[in-house]
Design a binder for this molecule. Structure first.
Ligand SMILES: Cc1cc2nc3c(=O)[nH]c(=O)nc-3n(C[C@H](O)[C@H](O)[C@H](O)COP(=O)(O)OP(=O)(O)OC[C@H]3O[C@@H](n4cnc5c(N)ncnc54)[C@H](O)[C@@H]3O)c2cc1C
Length: 336
């Protein structure tokens, strides 16, 4: 494999191509857009890694969205994601072609196999990054990630080991528009899929999405622990229906069983960028607010005037959510 890359064509910035549920799952396209920026600063190329079967159409999509090269591993044993086989193929490619940077989405896949990959390649990994940039003086990748339990954001650099690895939440970066005139290369380096895998996928079934289109919603209503009960929380669904929006939740709400995990926003959940976000009974912990920073307008309701959420709102209402919500619903119903 080494011979193929005498030109250093494949060094640059690599992005793991997660093409599952392509039209809803945009994290790879978002990472390609960010990688373009990084690669242009570094004077290098963006390569997307594609593993599976019948991958040509995804390769074309990634090139149209900014990839210079798509590196493909087509094999029946890679048809379904499997942590050992995916780690093994990408680790071998990385050892052979020596990328400078390797990025993936902080999705269920990325969270599972990127730490293994980093261990295999004996390099560092910044998980759940909220920003990436190249330091203009050193050329190092600056990985901004929550640290110390998520209470502050740290800027991490990998000084000596390569690749510099990071996972990034979906929704943090914007994808580039589809460019029908884009030209790129598709390469098929050799692959070896290990025969004695410890885990074998027998069957997989698609789960019905319950969080709706939260990440693309124009209006998002979020409820926190301050909603008080499951019954009160249900009122948020009525409000979302009236406003044609989606409902999000903080972690205590999901832990209490008032909302499904698919609705979780934050460091360990989804990121949103709506036109309007209404946050009721949420204190404004950093682990939650990282997910809503991209909202254009934020309105919050909290009975505590000192609640940190008010530091980032366009309009803050100090009051009892259980009293404000029925009033809001009544007013909206009258107007519709
Ligand atoms: C590693 C790590 C990762 C984490 N990841 C996430 C994550 O992804 N997402 C997430 O959400 N959290 C996450 N957390 C938890 C996070 O730190 C906070 O604990 C959580 O976001 C708080 O949720 P909350 O605002 O609903 O509840 P609380 O912090 O309990 O706040 C409730 C708020 O409601 C107000 N209130 C109470 N009653 C009323 C009322 N009647 N009317 C109006 N206001 C009222 C209170 O004044 C208070 O400000 C994480 C924590 C760690 C350590």
């Amino acid at each position: 494999m080494r011979k193929m890359d005498k030109s250093g064509l494949l060094h640059g910035v690599w992005v793991f191509g997660d093409y599952r549920n392509y039209f809803q799952n945009r994290v790879t396209l978002q990472l390609i857009a960010k990688s373009r920026e990084l690669a242009e600063t570094l004077g290098t190329r963006v390569t997307v890694l594609l593993l599976g079967e019948a991958l040509h159409r995804y390769a074309m999509e990634y090139i149209a969205h900014g990839a210079d090269i798509v590196m493909v591993a087509e094999h029946a044993d890679l048809r379904q994601y499997q942590v050992e086989s995916y780690t093994s193929v990408i680790a071998r490619w990385a050892e052979a072609f020596k990328p400078d940077i390797l990025l993936g989405g902080a999705t269920s896949f990325g969270r599972e196999f990127f730490p293994r990959l980093a261990k295999r390649l004996k390099t560092g990994l910044s998980a759940d990054c909220v920003n990436l940039a190249v330091d203009p003086d050193t050329g190092l990748l600056v990985q901004t990630a929550p640290a110390f339990g998520g209470n502050l954001l740290a800027e991490v650099v990998t000084l000596h080991r390569r690749p510099q690895m990071a996972t990034v939440h979906p929704g943090i970066f914007n994808e580039l528009p589809h460019n029908f005139d884009a030209v790129g290369r598709v390469v098929y380096p050799g692959i070896e899929v290990e025969a004695d895998m410890k885990v074998r996928v027998l069957r997989s079934r698609r789960q019905q999405a319950r969080g709706g289109n939260l990440e693309d919603a124009e209006i998002v209503i979020v409820g926190g622990r301050g909603m008080g009960s499951k019954e009160e929380f249900r009122l948020l669904f009525e409000l979302a229906e009236l406003l044609e929006g989606e409902v999000g939740a903080t972690r205590p709400v999901v832990l209490a069983g008032w909302a499904d995990e698919e609705r979780l926003l934050g460091q360990t959940g989804k990121t949103v960028k709506p036109r309007l976000l209404i946050s009721i009974g949420t204190s404004g912990a950093l682990q939650y607010t990282t997910a809503i920073r991209g909202a254009k307008t934020i309105i919050a309701v909290n009975r505590d005037p000192q609640a940190p959420i008010f530091k980032m709102t366009d309009l803050g209402l100090v009051g009892n959510g259980s009293a404000v919500l029925p009033l809001l619903l009544e007013t909206l119903r009258k107007r519709m």
